[in-house]
Write a protein that binds this ligand. Structure first.
Ligand SMILES: Cc1cc2nc3c(=O)[nH]c(=O)nc-3n(C[C@H](O)[C@H](O)[C@H](O)COP(=O)(O)OP(=O)(O)OC[C@H]3O[C@@H](n4cnc5c(N)ncnc54)[C@H](O)[C@@H]3O)c2cc1C
Length: 958
């Protein structure tokens, strides 16, 4: 029997609403007497759906003797069991006072009653209903499991007492449960949820409009029910007291009341929202809205927030000002986590969203946990975050992510302990967001960080608190440190200086902790057909126990296996590996085995189902078209949705046309293409003709004429931004004269055509690379460079033979004049041109990477000694081909000059190790690494399609 997921349908909020409707259809309509509004996490009068409904019901009946009452129950036991922070209770009480006053102006009394036992809550509400002659009880839904259980009891009690309970959705703009995947399932991944959310709201923008103002009660209520106006809001609750200092800070940072909250929102939208995209991550900047306490307690609705943003964004919601859209997307995260809570109630029961993570063995070392809580871990950024939480009851989002990740991945402490500590201290403690945030950081949640992504706290610190201002504010022991020392004082300062700070040493070594964490988590995210997935399937009788053998590639019949496997369950175990692989699904190597393909295809279906926004990366280079992989590839259109986005396609032109016919049905866009041309292919040409895009193209190994493909590429030429031609011969290169937008051109193997045509108009060129040229000379190259309009940042000029030595000075002076932004230079030179290279270096004051090459062995002793004097301070990497040799003396002189010239952290690399290098060379180099002049490094040359894509992006994003 396959595994079945148990879902507790009775606690689904929509079921509760359906039940209300069902029961009310069956009972006689209850005559309206008075209405009671039960406030819970919705302490506002504006845009409060339940309150509005109650008020409208009384007003439309226009009966002066019928009224709306309001009630709030103080329930310390419930608060304790949900770890509500004292500072949040204080905030609630302050807001209750404001709410009471606002209601008072509408002649609505607010009854406040304390209930000692949580189980008494339903009875107390119904008692009040009886006392006040309530016929209709209104409340907004709370999605947590305990709250839903409580409301179910109230519903039964109310029905028994002939009171109609109306529960309404008011926490979200798009109610949980409304948006579903194509398979009618709740979303588990944020991005498709967000896209669907935008589509839904954009289809009817009136959803965003807040409700109109409330109708007041008739003043006569003050005569008939005077005593109900006399309730007082207590100023504190025993067991939830806070220190006077925290009370002061809390009042200063988070004043109470709807009015204040709306002025905060307006100020944010007016002054900060447009810069939100960048400012939101900088810890010392007050770049976020600080509205979370108000949203968490319902002082403001999400709809009011988004409506204001929408108006400021010229009535746009998913487009327009990027800062505003980003902010709206954060509110959508809030909606996402609420729908997760409603659809997967097991998250409320201390369970990870991905249940297979429940068996991780945590270290849970109490001492480490205490130090984390107190902000004494020795990692300044973590400590600053925790001290901000302890000091003001709130923490910046970036800091929340850093400290949470640190607790789980560096200290290997159960995320639930952190989640609880947060709830116990946050003024904005909100179960859905907190649980979602923690599970995201712990990699156990819906759309969580993959387990192998572990924040380095020191890097995070220098990136998001570059000046150290945030750390200085919260960790005063470090306030005198400069912006370099402050992120890692233990690593940077001398022992004695560090001791003087009175600040703790790091409790763990991040690098070691990272490795341990990876091992721990890896057990839960195994590769194809993982043991634990097999175990689960065996335990649930989905598979016979012979499948339990711990072998990497199990020897069993995949076909019968697949019949037994419950793929959605298996999917849970391997989802990290697929989906979080940068959102790319790569169909490459390992496709040869028919049975494996079958599994692969089934899994692909599940990958696709779970991520609408999946981007495909197809590498057909390794496929053998006589093998089984072909039928599988022909079927792709059954699996991959129409209109999908193909980011990189790597293929041979001799692949069967049917494959490309399939691609035409599926992909509407191809961004990058790596083409191995051997012959023409009509279907591939058709596919290129109908697909949009094509920013980058690499052509390899042309030996035959390919007019159809050439024509297709011709039409794409205008959009090309990156072009790499590693093919000589018969490809028709005329197309490239159309490449007006080209930013990067790499040509190996020459073709006369380039000389005459392509270089006329390359004004946008930022990277130019000419390799293995025979016919081109320095003069022509200089001419080409002079047309690039001063944009070039990378230049690579490699010839097999130097064909034009006399024009080398012209080339160098052209580079000097026309390449003021040059950052990367790769060039061949010899004895004759050596001095020119030195003068070139003198003028390249932005150079970062320099690769010097030669085609034959050459001793560069003299030259090397001068090199240290001229290399720019910006240089970070110097590579020499191993055909250059030099003595120890010149190496020392070079390093001495580098030191004198204040060169720091230069990566010095002799390609392929340099076979002539002796031990003494190595010792000298190591010495310089220790002194900080050099930085050790290595290099690789192999490049797979993913790297190709990264290289393209790097050039285009520069
Ligand atoms: C480990 C962890 C725990 C968290 N615990 C809580 C919590 O208990 N309560 C809480 O409200 N938020 C929580 N968050 C989310 C987020 O950190 C806060 O909402 C945000 O810092 C509040 O500041 P702001 O109001 O200035 O946010 P803004 O950046 O101005 O965002 C506006 C609103 O969008 C919502 N929002 C923003 N980011 C998120 C997010 N990542 N997830 C869900 N909603 C978001 C919040 O309601 C927020 O008020 C947590 C995040 C993490 C990583």
């Amino acid at each position: 029997m396959p595994l079945k997921r148990k879902i507790r349908t009775t606690l689904n909020p929509d079921n509760l609403i359906k039940k209300q409707k069902h029961d009310s259809n069956q009972s006689i309509d209850i005559p309206i007497k008075n209405c009671l509004m039960w406030f819970r996490t919705d302490l506002r009068i504006q845009d409060n759906i339940a309150l509005h409904k109650a008020s409208t019901m009384i007003f439309t009946k226009s009966e002066k003797s019928k009224y709306v009452f309001a009630i709030y129950l103080i329930s310390p036991e419930e608060w304790r069991s949900h770890d509500v922070a004292p500072t949040k209770v204080d905030f609630l009480l302050r807001n209750l006072k404001e709410l009471k006053e606002s209601l008072n102006e509408l002649n609505i009394p607010l009854i406040i009653e304390s209930v000692d036992n949580a189980s008494d809550v339903p009875g107390v509400v119904i008692d009040w209903c009886k006392r006040l002659r309530i016929s209709h009880l209104f409340a907004n839904i709370e999605y947590e499991v305990d709250e839903m259980k409580r409301d179910k009891q109230i519903f039964n009690l109310a029905t028994f007492n002939s009171i109609k309970l109306e529960m309404l959705h008011s926490q979200c703009i798009v109610n949980p449960g409304l948006l579903k995947t194509k398979e009618e399932k709740p979303y588990r991944v944020y991005t498709p949820f967000k896209n669907s959310w935008f589509r839904y709201v954009e289809s009817d923008l009136s959803i965003l409009e807040p409700l109109p103002d409330l109708f007041p009660n008739s003043k006569s209520i003050r005569i008939s029910y005077l005593e109900t106006f006399s309730f007082k809001v207590p100023s504190s609750i025993p067991g939830f007291e806070i220190s006077s200092e925290l009370a002061k800070i809390s009042r200063l940072n988070f004043p109470a009341g709807e009015q204040y909250c709306h002025s905060l929102l307006s100020q944010f939208i007016l002054q900060k929202a447009s810069k939100y995209s960048n400012a939101r991550d900088i810890l010392s900047q007050n770049g976020t809205s600080s509205l979370s306490p108000y949203l968490a307690s319902g002082i403001i609705s999400a709809r009011q927030c988004v409506y204001k943003a929408f108006k400021a964004n010229n009535n746009k919601i998913s487009t327009g000002n990027s800062g505003i859209v980003k902010w709206i997307e954060e509110i959508i995260w809030r909606e996402f986590y609420r729908q997760i809570l409603a659809a997967f109630p097991h998250v409320c029961k201390n369970m990870p969203f991905k249940k297979h993570f429940k068996n991780i063995e945590w270290n849970n070392e109490e001492e480490n946990f205490m130090r984390w809580c107190q902000g004494k871990t020795g990692y300044p950024i973590v400590d600053a975050g925790m001290r901000q939480l302890n000091g003001m009851g709130w923490m910046h989002n970036r800091a929340r992510m850093i400290v949470a990740m640190f607790l789980v991945k560096d200290l290997l402490i159960d995320w639930r302990k952190g989640e609880r500590y947060f709830m116990n201290h946050l003024i904005d403690g909100d179960f859905a967001n907190n649980n979602g945030g923690w599970q995201w950081c712990a990699s156990t949640g819906s759309d969580a960080q993959p387990y192998f992504r572990i924040f380095n706290p020191t890097t995070q610190s220098s990136k998001f608190d570059p000046t150290g201002e945030y750390i200085r504010k919260w960790v005063p022991e470090l306030k005198h440190l400069d912006s370099k020392q402050i992120h890692n004082p233990f690593g940077v300062l001398k022992g004695s200086e560090f001791k003087k700070l009175g600040y703790p040493e790091p409790i763990v070594d991040h690098q070691k902790a990272r490795i341990v964490a990876l091992e721990k988590f890896k057990n839960f995210c195994v590769r194809l057909l993982p043991l634990n997935a097999r175990e689960r399937l065996v335990n649930s009788n989905a598979l016979p126990s012979l499948f339990l053998k711990d072998v990497n590639v199990p020897y069993f019949d995949y076909f019968s296996f697949i019949k037994h496997v419950n793929l959605p369950e298996l999917w849970l175990s391997i989802e990290e590996w697929f989906i979080h692989n940068n959102q790319y699904f790569s169909m490459d190597y390992g496709l040869q085995v028919e049975k494996q393909l079958k599994v692969y295809k089934e899994l692909l279906k599940h990958v696709v189902d779970r991520s609408e926004s999946l981007i495909y990366n197809i590498n057909l280079e390794d496929c053998n078209y006589t093998s089984f992989s072909v039928p599988f590839l022909f079927d792709l259109s059954e699996v991959i949705p129409k209109g999908s986005h193909l980011e990189v396609l790597q293929c041979f032109t001799w692949w069967p046309g049917e494959i490309f016919e399939d691609f035409i049905k599926i992909f509407s866009q191809v961004d990058m293409l790596i083409l191995h041309c051997k012959e023409d292919n009509e279907m591939l040409a058709n596919f290129l003709n109908v697909s949009k895009g094509l920013k980058a193209l690499r052509i390899n190994s042309t030996i035959a004429s390919i007019p159809l493909i050439s024509n297709a590429l011709n039409l794409k030429a205008r959009s090309l931004e990156y072009l790499e031609v590693n093919a000589g011969g018969s490809i028709s290169l005329e197309i490239f004269s159309e490449c007006d937008n080209l930013e990067c051109l790499i040509v190996t193997k020459d073709d006369d055509y380039f000389l005459q045509n392509i270089f006329d108009e390359i004004k946008n060129m930022r990277k130019l690379s000419l390799k293995d040229y025979r016919k081109i000379n320095f003069k022509d190259t200089a001419k080409i460079i002079s047309t690039t309009n001063f944009h070039l940042t990378s230049l690579c000029l490699l010839w097999e033979e130097e064909s034009d030595p006399e024009n080398f000075s012209l080339l160098v002076s052209t580079i000097i004049v026309h390449c003021p932004k040059l950052k990367n230079l790769e060039i061949i030179f010899n004895e004759n041109s050596a001095s020119k290279i030195l003068s070139l270096l003198c003028s390249c004051d932005k150079l970062k990477n320099l690769y010097l090459r030669n085609t034959k062995d050459w001793n560069i002793d003299m030259w090397m000694q001068n090199l240290g004097q001229v290399i720019p301070k910006t240089l970070k990497s110097l590579k020499l081909q191993n055909s250059f040799t030099f003595t120890l003396k010149s190496l020392k002189k070079f390093l001495f000059e580098c030191e004198r010239n204040s060169i720091n952290g230069l990566r010095f690399n002799i390609q392929d190790g340099g076979y002539w290098i002796e031990e003494e060379h190595i010792n000298i180099l190591n010495d310089s690494v220790e002194k900080g002049i050099l930085d050790a490094s290595s290099q690789t040359s192999w490049m797979d399609p993913r790297e190709f894509m990264q290289q393209v992006l790097l050039v285009l994003d520069e």
